[in-house]
Design a protein around this ligand. Sequence first.
Ligand code: ZN
Length: 414
Amino acid sequence: MSKAIPAPRGALKKSDLRAANQRLLLNIIREKQGASRADIVRLTGFSPSSVTFVVNRMLRDGLLVEAPDDNHSQVGRRPFTLRIRPEAMIAVGAEITHLQSRVVTADLYGNILKQREIKWQRDPRIMLTRVRDAIRSLTAGIPEERLLGAGISLPGTIDRSTGRVIAAEHLDWFDVEAGAILSEGAGVPCFYENDAKLGALAERWFCEPGARPLETFVFVVLGEGLGTGVMIEGRLLHGASGEASEFGHTSIVPDGRRCPCGGIGCWEEYASQRAVERLYAEGIPAKRRGKAAGVNEIVQLARQGDAAASEALRAAANYLGIGFANLNAVFNPEAIVVGDYLASAWDVMGDWVLTAMRSRGPQRFLSRLRVIPSRHGHDSTLKGAVALVLSRSLAGTGQFHADLAQPLPAAKRA
Ligand SMILES: [Zn+2]
C-alpha cells in the first residue's frame, strides 16, 4: 500500500495529490467524452467508494455534471454519465511567429474562449514582454485552481525545458532566454515547445469526436520555413537534444540554394510558403513584376488559370511530394497531416503532390499513406500549445493516489 513508500523530501503536498486525482479523472472523462462511475472504477482500478468520494467532490465544486445518458438505447434504467463542464479548467496557448502572434485562453476541449493578437517586434525582449502581459491580462480574474498553465509555441530550435530559443534564423533570434522573460510574473506555469511539434500534438489531442486518434504520423508546417512534427506510436519524437525532426533542413537539391541555416539545397528552400512566393516572382516576366504576391494571392491566381501561379505551385508540389516520400520511407506513418497554405490549396495542389510522391518510392508503401489537411487549419499551433498544457497537467503519471481518495479533515475542505 502507499504507506509502505516513505514520502521523499520535497514530495507533493496532500493538496497536490488531491489535485492529481482530480486531474486523472478529468482526463479519463475528457478522453471518453463522458464516462459513468463504473467506467472510472474499471479504468482506475480503484474502489467504487473512493471514486464516489472524488466524483462527489468534483460535482460539488462544479467541475463535472452528471445526467442520464441520452444515447443509451437499451431497455431498462438509463445509466448516468459524467461530463466535464468545459470551462471548469482553463489553459492558455501562445504562438510567437513573425506572421501573427496570438495568445488565447481555451477550455478542456480546446475551444478558444478569448484571444489577443500581438504585433511583431524585432526586439525579442519587447516582443516577449508583450506576450507575457497578454497572458496576464487574459487570465486576470480566473481562480488559480482553475488555471492549468500556459503552453508557448516558440520558433526554430529551442530548449524546451527552459524555453530558450537556440536559433530561429527567420526571426534573427539567437540564444534568446524566452522562457525566463515569459515566466517572470506570468502567474501561471509555462511549458515550451516548437511549433511543428505542437501542430502534431493538436491533431492527436483534438481529433474528430468519436474517431481513433492518429498514432504514428507526421505534421508539416509550411510558413516562413518548413517544420515537421513527428509522432511515433503516440509520442512526439524529440531526439537526444530535442532537435529531432528538422526535415525542412534535409538537403534535397545538390548544389541548390543556400539556406539561412547554413545548409545547401534544404527542402524548405523549395517547398515553404516563402519558396512558393519566390518561385512565382521568378516565373513572371519582368514587366509584370509589381508588388510581391503573397501565397494566398498566388493560389487564387492559379484557380483563375494564371500560368505563372500554376507553375510556381506545381514546382513546390513536386518538391513537397519528394519530401513526403522521404518521410514515408523513414517513418512508415499512417498519415502526413499538412497545414498552412498547402491545406487551403489542396484542391489545386493535391494531385500534383500525390503524383510526385508516388513516383518516388515502392507502391506497397505509398498506396496506403494518406496525406490530409489539418483539422485545425490556421489554429493548429495554438491548439497544440493548449494541448501541451493539457498533456502535462492532466495526463500526469496516470496514477490514482489511494490515500487521497479518502475524505480530508473537515478543516481542509474549501
Ligand atoms: Zn536549412
